[in-house]
Design a protein around this ligand. Sequence first.
Ligand SMILES: [Zn+2]
Length: 142
Amino acid sequence: MALVPCRECGKEVSDAAEKCPYCGISTPSKKRRQVKLIITAIVILLLIGGGAWAYHKVTSIFAPATAEDTTSVPVLDKTVPVKDQIIQKDYKRKVGEMIDSDKSVGNISDETGLSRKEIRKIRKEKRQKEKERKAAEEAAGK
Ligand SMILES: [Zn+2]
């Protein structure tokens, strides 16, 4: 049992009082109960909303690529977790840019979430392509 302000006159009355002893209104603490109910309802709605949002996030992260994406999503090493594989559609280009900016494999791994093994693989492919391009340019120049 606690003292609450009467919803009508504002004087302190028991929350169990059926009638306010000052103004005579019935259930003087009712307003407070309604506020409590409203707060409870808001909390529940927020929890449901938050849950739905989190569910949407999780399912969109793990959802398989849609048909239109398949051309641009490269297939990676199967040892790399799915979440790492879909971190960027053009992750190879991004990783390439990071390699060009002299970032270490460890730094790139931390920033992208890709494994070091995968980054080394991309670096190797990138160097191989550059080598081939140079060779082709030289061949064309002659
Ligand atoms: Zn009252």
